[in-house]
Design a protein around this ligand. Structure first.
Ligand SMILES: NC(=O)c1ccc[n+]([C@@H]2O[C@H](COP(=O)([O-])OP(=O)(O)OC[C@H]3O[C@@H](n4cnc5c(N)ncnc54)[C@H](OP(=O)(O)O)[C@@H]3O)[C@@H](O)[C@H]2O)c1
Length: 333
């Protein structure tokens, strides 16, 4: 099968399309033909070895100390079940599914996943490209807002980086949880985040949200551009600052806030589960949330997809189309 391969860290040029062995499903696994996948900020970080300074060693331990452990990246996919192990009861051949690949490997024509892993049936009305564009951002937004921040109806929530891969979902999920949502974005994305349900939009090119005099119960910064000292000025007395991207400085501040009390900063990493992905699939099916697609690239041009992600200005997700089924009607690769 074809796969996007890299065996050293570096710029997007380290990626090449190679013929590699098709994975075989174990007894409890399904083999999925991948129709669509995406390049996420995690793919870019693992390919370029771009980890926050203080977490660099931990990042390299995960990714491979001297060279990449996982030659084929790709964490989310949508496609069709084509084979299964003998113990699989939850899925059958022909099922349309989407999910996380677990140990990477989705930048390929086939991927294997455990039947109990974060994989679920794709809602019929949702395209393969939209389904592939969902797990990473939607799951991060759901776990950060529902579980870590425990957002309640009526709370004021601010999302910084509201047009990015996590941000577009954060706006919609905060609304779904009943919050009053403010979204921070740049001029060109004001219309997009308004269409996602933001009650108020702050254009960071014109205003700093922490200088508006307003306060929020939760500030979820997906862009990694706010310092805690700034966010504190815009938090209610028991407010919470949740940065998705953090450095050593934030780790020390979190420790200090934990010991001394006051306005809180919480540093977390999202996990994934079949149950949460099913919640997300149900919300997609009900039309409560939707994917935002920045661009489509065929697998052969995956290096260009990485370059787009590296810009840090994509709108939603960068989709990689592996099979023609993934393309929206009327769109050429
Ligand atoms: N902790 C975790 O578990 C976890 C999970 C997932 C992701 N992450 C991290 O979360 C981060 C966000 O991921 P992503 O996929 O959403 O990234 P992304 O798609 O690259 O989004 C970046 C966003 O930042 C905005 N931005 C850029 N410069 C800005 C500025 N100066 N001020 C305000 N906003 C600015 C961009 O908006 P404009 O285009 O409008 O400028 C864009 O919306 C990444 O660092 C990723 O590694 C962490």
């Amino acid at each position: 099968m074809k796969a996007a391969w890299h065996d050293r860290y570096g710029p997007a040029d380290v990626l090449e399309i190679r013929e590699v062995a098709r994975p075989e499903p174990k007894d409890d696994e399904i083999l999925v033909q991948v129709f669509a996948t995406t390049v996420t900020t995690a793919d870019w970080r693992f390919r370029a070895s771009n980890f926050p300074k203080v977490l660099w060693l931990a990042g390299r331990a995960m990714a491979g100390l001297f060279r990449p452990k996982n030659n084929v990246l790709g964490s989310e996919f949508a496609g069709r079940v084509v084979a299964k192990g003998k113990d699989v009861t939850k899925f059958k051949g022909g099922d349309e599914v989407f999910g996380f690949s677990g140990a990477w490997g989705a930048h390929a024509e086939y991927v294997v996943v455990s039947q109990d892993g974060p994989v679920v049936r794709k809602p019929a009305a949702v395209g393969y490209d939209e389904a592939a564009a969902t797990p990473f951002g939607a799951n991060t937004a759901l776990t950060f807002l529902r579980d870590f921040a425990q957002v309640r109806p009526g709370q004021k929530v601010l999302i910084a980086g509201a047009s990015g891969g996590v941000g577009v979902w954060a706006v919609q999920i905060a609304k779904h949880l009943g919050a009053e949502v403010s979204a921070v974005t740049s001029t060109g994305n004001v219309e997009l985040v308004t269409s996602l349900g933001a009650d108020r939009v702050i254009d960071y090119k014109r205003d700093n949200y922490w200088e508006t005099g307003e306060t929020w119960d939760v500030i979820f910064d997906t862009a990694g551009t706010t310092r805690f000292a700034e966010a504190k000025r815009a938090l209610t007395p028991k407010g919470l600052f949740l940065p998705a991207e953090f450095q050593g400085r934030e780790m020390l501040q979190a420790l200090r806030a934990l010991i001394l009390g006051g306005k809180r900063i919480m540093l977390r990493v999202s996990g994934d589960s079949q149950e949460d992905l099913q919640t997300i699939a149900d919300l997609l099916d009900e039309g409560e949330i939707r994917a935002v697609i920045d661009s489509h690239y065929p697998l052969e041009r995956i290096a260009d997809a990485h370059r787009r992600v590296e810009s840090r200005h994509k709108r939603g997700s960068v989709v990689v189309t592996v099979a023609p089924q993934a393309l929206p009607v009327g769109k050429a690769a």
